[in-house]
Design a protein around this ligand. Structure first.
Ligand code: LLP
Length: 439
């Protein structure tokens, strides 16, 4: 359990977030419930912006909103001076509705549709990150039709695979993202873009992976990207922006030992300054796109314990009212989580149990083998680090409603995503008349 000022155990021995007792949140809003700590989100944003404004002012932090995209989050990160990275028409729509200036938005995706591109151009987004040859032609035509010259970055593959346990340098071209630098594709693509009337080449982008703990892969990415900038400048192509994506790791369990977010940025900036000097290149604007590190640890999910099933000598299942519909990460990535009973957070763990979800699927387990105090039906289980890629990846599997999201700050709590009712879910269904009446 990684506690902080805004996530602590109060005098009643209960878990508290943003000055609000989690047991009371569960009673007031019901469970399962996503809870987001506003002060924590703001403090991480400030950690990034303060360091950058001191050490590399020509920079922007674009929050990777795929981690958690709602109107309120764009409002918060914008007010902290961040821009946003969006990856779909509706993330773009939400960002703009949430008050994010289009001039601070980067639009990513390996297969954006013509409609999405037209929408982005119409809204005057700062940059569209080109990720296919198909997109170059399509976007050039769309921008031309709208009488605009659209700023574009190019997503490149610098050949660093940080997804492996120990990252490796690889020139493997097997990724659906990015144009390879090493085989010359990226340079050719950029030359093509420069020749297009309605596109303006504004820089290069890479994203080497997610939930990375080490500094080395980021430093290596800076090396490779600045080598590429140097090579482009020999061809008289200027690179005004260098966007290095996100990927900074967070703590899910005590086994995770990430650095503080700003330490990654510090190392990146040091390396970048060193490369600018040694390679004699013009200093680009530096753009970073953290997602998980901004919202991940800000979030917890509250559940109510229901059925408890003990299989003698094998396993004890403690079932909660959530599951893979609100946290698909366990089944997708075998992710590990830490949890406590929020209603008695000081009770000592005394048994090893498996926390199961309520979906009709054996694999719907949220935490396998966690030490907890003896569970009772009605206990409120708080699972930590659920702010990133939880709400944004939730579904209506088994027709379970996606849980609401509550934002807490200084003892106040408010919905930022309202509950979904059965009626909401069914309201988009329709029955062709030839099937006859529904009873
Ligand atoms: N920029 C780009 C272009 C990205 O593709 C991503 C994440 C980010 C920034 C933000 O990375 P972060 O700072 O959040 O690591 N669903 C997975 C994570 C997928 C991340 C995809 N791209 C999960 O739940 O772990």
């Amino acid at each position: 359990m990684k506690l902080r000022d805004t996530l602590k155990i109060n005098e009643k021995g209960r878990l508290e977030i943003g000055g609000v007792d989690c047991t009371e949140l569960a009673a007031q809003y019901g469970t399962p419930l996503y809870v987001m700590d506003e002060a924590y989100i703001r403090s991480v944003c400030r950690g990034y912006t303060e360091l950058l404004s001191r050490k590399y002012p020509n920079s922007k932090v674009a929050y990777a909103s795929k981690a958690f995209s709602t109107l309120a989050i764009y409002n918060i990160v914008r007010s902290e001076g961040l821009g946003a990275d969006v990856v779909s028409g509706c993330e773009l729509f939400t960002a703009i509705r949430g008050g994010m200036p289009a001039s601070d938005i980067y639009f990513h995706g390996n297969n954006k549709s013509a409609e999405e591109l037209a929408f982005a151009v119409r809204e005057n987004v700062h940059a569209i990150v080109i990720d296919s040859l198909y997109e170059i032609e399509l976007l050039n035509e769309i921008a031309g039709r709208q009488g605009k010259k659209q700023g574009v970055l190019v997503r490149v593959n610098p050949g660093i695979d940080a997804h492996t346990h120990r990252f490796i340098q690889t020139t493997r071209p097997d990724s659906k993202f990015g144009f390879s630098i090493s085989d010359g594709t990226a340079a050719n693509v950029i030359k093509t873009i420069v020749s297009k009337k309605n596109l303006e080449f504004t820089g290069i982008h890479c994203h080497i992976g997610s939930q990375i703990f080490e500094l080395k892969p980021f430093e290596l990415a800076v090396e490779k990207m600045t080598d590429f900038i140097a090579a482009l400048s020999h061809n008289n192509i200027k690179v005004p922006e260098l966007n290095l994506g996100g990927g900074y790791g967070v703590t899910y369990t005590s086994e995770d030992k990430p650095l503080a977010p700003f330490e990654y940025v510090d190392a990146i900036v040091n390396k970048l300054n060193e490369c600018i000097a040694s390679k004699n290149i013009a200093a680009p604007k530096l753009v970073l796109e953290p997602g998980r590190s901004i919202v991940g640890e800000a979030g917890i999910t509250l559940y109510t314990v229901g059925a408890i099933k003990e299989i003698e000598g094998i396993r004890k299942y403690v079932a909660v009212d959530g599951g893979m519909f609100e946290n698909p990460r366990v089944s997708l990535y075998q992710s590990k989580y830490d949890a406590v009973f929020a209603n008695r957070a000081l009770d000592k763990p005394c048994e090893t149990v498996t926390v199961a979800g309520k979906c009709c699927e054996s694999g719907d387990v949220l935490i396998e083998n966690i030490e907890l105090p003896a569970a009772k039906s009605g206990d409120i289980l708080a699972v930590f680090t659920t702010g990133a890629y939880h709400y944004s990846m939730a579904s209506n599997y088994n027709r379970n409603p996606v849980p609401p999201v509550v934002l807490v700050c200084n003892g106040e709590s408010d919905y930022i995503v309202k509950p979904q009712s059965y009626e909401d879910i069914v309201s988009r269904d329709s029955v062709p008349s030839r099937l006859g009446e529904c009873k």
